[in-house]
Design a protein around this ligand. Structure first.
Ligand SMILES: Nc1ncnc2c1ncn2[C@@H]1O[C@H](COP(=O)(O)OP(=O)(O)OP(=O)(O)O)[C@@H](O)[C@H]1O
Length: 619
């Protein structure tokens, strides 16, 4: 075998893993290796034989198409009428399996199955005995193949993106008269063309299409842009490219086109085609893996950030994770935040965390419990007052909480308890960003972030006329709902883990352990007072337990509601007393210790005055 002999060239080019075609300047094929035949779909080996022919009325047509209109010569509902399908809802991209008789005008009804383009099925199968011929047609979306089985003979086509596969049985003999094989025939003899009368070529081992050497390239290929360009280069045009992406016959490929020259004369062109579907698949898999990894990393980082940012806001439940995510988002904006949830669910601690994670963290965080300040004092406490604004007012006036918190965050706890007249003033501050002190005429600018909280249903309060609608919408920009503890019982154990050592530290006792029976009791309880109640019950248990172990007998449930009530009454009383003491001290200092003038200003009797001086230990 001489080195330049045709068989030698064929042997070596067939060993190449890329498709390789060389044509001369007349377009005559000089080299066409096996891989090129595979990519361009003209491999004929092992094929069943059929003669040249065309569709005749009465022929039985079997079609499997995974994406109507895409790679079947653009069939549509009009062409499907040749088979008696009158269903106009079958659209582009849908999958279809049909068995019907050609041009029978619906005398013999077709059988068919369809799936919409956005389906999620892994296969579509039609099993039928059509005109007494057993057949099974299957579109296997998962493995990307379409098989048409007629009696015991199976015709399989693989696809990459889409393909229409067709088998035709002779109407008289009921034997196969045409089938499509890989890409090439499917494209050159598309379903649409054949339904419209195009003649198909013979197929099988001994047919001419296998032997392509010496044939004109346009005899073998339809004239598309790649082949035309290929021929133009062979003729002398100055084009060449390396590794250009082309979709050939459904294969993603990288093509290289080079001129072939002999002593500066163009004698032909060479086209190298590399099938990169495997590479693409690997790249896709790699990208997917990287994507998943990145997502996992982002999630991990987010979790880390959340756990650091809200380290003492405990809870492992999905609900608490959502609360933390929302709170982190809220801390990165300037919007007003509304914390919703039953008493003791952690609104105050969450408000602090939002402030501490915001850019205002170095500024003030002022917590105002609107429900515990007497209504008569609330206005001056919130907005401050000017000198002489009312009897007993400080001579130099006083800043309110809004002014004190200016530049930082004000946390308006129990906002549902603010009386209507103050709601107007609050609304005005939110909208205009300035306020008048009580008795003042000077506009004081306030730039403040408002976090509000309530355990009331503000919408209900709005309907009852207790809460202004405009204010509601202003503060409800970023609502965060903290679910009650009974709805997230998986948080009980992590909360115990955090609260128990904290309580022991605060009380100043040795760290205590808690028995599993005691934990069981706590987990079963339904926590009307939420985490505050859990804290109270644990504190009581720590006090009751003499040793280092908290046992079930130390857990006293249920009495908490009353306790909470007592506590809140006490705290209201406490705060009133605290305020009374502060007021007497302030007025005394205004009148430079003059008791008589202080009594007059406060409109209290001498006896009451001295009682209070004694009670509050005022110097
Ligand atoms: N997720 C949590 N992790 C740790 N401690 C919590 C958590 N939630 C609440 N607590 C603790 O429970 C107690 C009650 O919480 P907090 O005062 O924030 O509740 P609240 O919703 O503001 O109650 P209220 O509506 O009665 O003012 C506090 O001591 C708080 O530290």
């Amino acid at each position: 075998m001489a080195f330049n002999s045709e068989s030698y060239v064929k042997m070596f080019t067939d060993m190449m893993s890329e498709g390789f075609i060389v044509i001369d300047n007349k377009g005559s094929i000089r080299i066409y290796n096996e891989k090129a035949k595979e990519i361009f779909g003209i491999t004929q080996e092992g094929q069943k034989h059929h003669e040249e022919g065309k569709l005749e009325s009465g022929d039985i047509i079997i079609i499997g198409d995974n994406s109507i209109g895409k790679d079947d010569g653009k069939i549509d509902s009009e062409t499907l009428k040749f088979l008696g399908i009158k269903d106009n809802t079958i659209g582009k991209g849908d999958s279809l399996i049909v068995v019907g008789v050609f041009n029978e005008n619906g005398i013999i009804e077709p059988v068919f199955k369809t799936l919409k383009s956005n389906h999620k099925e892994s296969s579509l199968v039609l099993n039928t005995e059509y005109l007494e011929i057993p057949m099974e047609i299957k579109i296997d979306f998962a493995n990307k193949l379409i098989s048409i089985k007629v009696r015991d003979e199976e015709f399989i086509m693989n696809y990459i993106n889409a393909i229409g596969h067709m088998v035709i049985l002779d109407g008289t003999t009921k034997e196969m008269k045409f089938y499509q094989s890989h890409g090439y025939t499917a494209r050159e003899e598309s379903i649409n063309d054949l339904l419209k009368g195009k003649v198909y070529r013979p197929k099988g081992k001994n047919t001419e299409t296998l032997d392509v050497i010496g044939k004109n390239i346009f005899q073998i290929h339809k004239s598309d842009s790649i082949i035309e360009e290929f021929f133009n280069v062979a003729k002398g045009e100055d084009i060449s490219y390396i590794d250009r992406f082309e979709d050939i016959n459904g294969y993603p490929t990288m093509c290289t086109l080079l001129p072939v020259e002999d002593k500066n004369n163009r004698i032909g062109a060479a086209l190298k085609v590399e099938d990169i579907s495997e590479i693409k698949r690997i790249i896709k898999e790699r990208d997917n893996a990287i994507n998943k990894l990145e997502k996992a990393e982002i999630q991990l980082n987010e979790e880390k950030i959340l756990n650091i940012a809200f380290s003492d806001f405990r809870g492992d439940s999905k609900e608490i994770e959502t609360v933390k995510r929302m709170a982190l988002k809220a801390s990165k904006t300037n919007s007003n935040v509304l914390l919703l949830g039953e008493s003791g669910t952690g609104k105050t601690i969450l408000a602090k965390h939002i402030h501490e994670n915001s850019k205002l963290k170095s500024k003030r965080f002022i917590h105002v419990n609107c429900g515990s300040i007497p209504e008569t004092l609330l206005e001056s406490e919130l907005f401050g007052y000017e000198k002489g604004a009312f009897t007993g007012a400080l001579s130099e006036g006083k800043k309110g909480f809004f002014e004190i918190a200016n530049g930082g965050t004000i946390f308006l706890d129990e906002i549902g308890d603010i009386p209507m007249n103050l709601q107007v003033k609050l609304l005005q501050i939110i909208q205009e960003k300035w306020l008048y002190r009580v008795g003042g005429t000077e506009k004081i600018e306030v730039n403040i972030r408002i976090i509000a909280a309530t355990n009331k249903n503000l919408e209900e309060e709005m309907l009852k006329g207790n809460f202004r609608e405009d204010l509601y919408y202003r503060i409800n920009v970023f609502p965060i709902w903290i679910p009650p503890l009974r709805e997230r019982k998986e948080d009980i154990i992590p909360l115990i883990d955090t609260l128990l050592p904290k309580i022991c530290r605060e009380i100043g006792c040795e760290p205590k352990r808690i028995s599993s029976e005691a934990i069981n009791i706590l987990v079963k309880y339904n926590w009307p007072g939420n985490i505050r109640e859990l804290e109270n019950i644990l504190e009581r248990a720590v006090n009751l337990a003499e040793g280092n172990n908290i046992l079930s007998k130390h857990i006293k449930l249920g009495s908490n509601k009353q306790e909470n009530k007592d506590e809140s009454i006490k705290s209201l009383k406490d705060s009133l007393e605290e305020y009374e003491k502060k007021l007497i001290e302030e007025i005394l200092s205004i009148y430079k210790g003059n008791k008589k003038r202080t009594m007059e200003a406060l409109k209290i009797s001498k006896t009451t005055f001295y009682e209070k001086i004694k009670k509050y230990n005022i110097e």
